[in-house]
Design a binder for this molecule. Structure first.
Ligand code: FAD
Length: 294
């Protein structure tokens, strides 16, 4: 099918883009087009106006400043994939981005587009949830910052009001000695995940030759519920433990209890079972990286 007719706008400044977004009825913002344009082609959406963000300066780029990494909403996934800053400071994102689509889609797709599209199985929202990212949102009257937990309201329903544009995503890197793990199950590499799990662990230095305790944990499952879910029960199993097999096992079991969506292809019980298996693998990866299993 062809996309329905729409008026195309190519603003040259954020102010102009905000003005258009605030005044044009039924307008949609266009970033990389890798989700939006297929939705138009399948007639799932029929916006009267498309506002292309590609020529708006200041919306792309990766910079480390004041202990955080700021990634512009229009930063292409490919740029994230090859960024030395992301590789060093956000290794979980560096690992997960390689699971996103294919090279061709990563060339066009953006971080902001994925977060605003908010597919329940998308890797970038799962990582943003795991890392408690903060989203910088602009409107004609100013800007606001929303934590990812509040931004991901429901199935493909971001906390964006009419006229608002996501401008950047702020990540606070974990200490360099942290461990991370990312696991995904998809029909083919490059397909959307059926289930994905992101895990982060931080261990205090061991007081003696033994193993230090885990002082911080983050476990997130994507593709199970309508939005990525932090699994507080799993994190509680890990904090205070030495990251031994019993703690990892209990945490993985907790991931099997996240209330799951089900459909004809993938029933809920199967998503839960995959989540448990992937959580065990992701936590083992993270534990390995902090040397807990040494
Ligand atoms: P668009 O498609 O341009 O926009 C997406 C939505 O976000 C639209 O509603 C748009 O209005 C809104 N939007 C965009 N930018 C902003 C902004 N700054 N502020 C407010 N609203 C905004 N994704 C995965 O996560 N994992 C995969 O495995 C995967 N596989 C794919 C395979 C194929 C073949 C294709 C075509 C896509 C795949 N994708 C996958 C989707 C891809 O990652 C998209 O890039 C992403 O979902 C949307 O990013 P985009 O920049 O293309 O946004």
């Amino acid at each position: 099918m062809k996309a329905p007719a729409f008026r195309y706008h190519a603003p040259r400044s954020l102010g102009e883009a905000l003005e258009l977004a605030a005044t044009l009825p039924g307008a949609r913002l266009l970033a990389g087009g890798q989700s939006l344009l297929p939705m138009l082609t399948f007639r799932l959406l029929a916006p009267e106006h498309l506002i292309d963000l590609a020529r708006v300066p200041g919306l792309a780029g990766i910079e480390e400043r004041d202990g955080e990494v700021r990634i512009g909403a229009m930063t292409r996934q490919r740029e994230i994939e090859f960024s030395p800053v992301v590789a060093q400071r956000l290794p979980l994102l560096a690992e997960a981005i390689r699971w996103v689509g294919r090279r061709q889609t990563r060339n066009r797709g953006t971080l902001g587009g994925s977060l605003c599209h908010l597919d329940p199985a998308a890797e970038q929202p799962t990582v943003a949830m795991a890392m408690d990212a903060r989203l910088e949102i602009a409107r004609a009257t100013g800007t606001r910052t929303v934590p990812m937990r509040a931004f991901a309201q429901d199935l493909m329903t971001p906390a964006l009001e009419d006229g608002e544009i996501l401008t950047a995503v702020h990540f606070t890197p974990w200490p360099r000695e942290h461990g991370w793990g990312f696991q995904e199950y998809a029909r083919r590499h490059g397909d959307y995940a059926i289930v994905a799990v992101a895990a982060l662990l931080l261990r205090e230095p061991a007081a003696d030759a033994g193993r230090g305790r885990i002082v911080r944990a983050s476990v997130t499952v994507g593709g199970v519920a309508s939005t990525p879910q932090r699994v507080a029960e799993a994190e509680a199993c890990l904090i205070g433990s030495t990251g031994d097999a019993t703690a990892l096992e209990a945490a993985a079991e907790a991931c099997a209890r996240v209330p799951a969506m089900g459909d004809a292809q993938v029933p809920a019980w199967y998503r839960n079972r995959i989540a448990r298996t992937l959580a065990a693998r992701a936590l083992a990866q993270a534990a390995e990286r902090i040397g807990a299993l040494a």
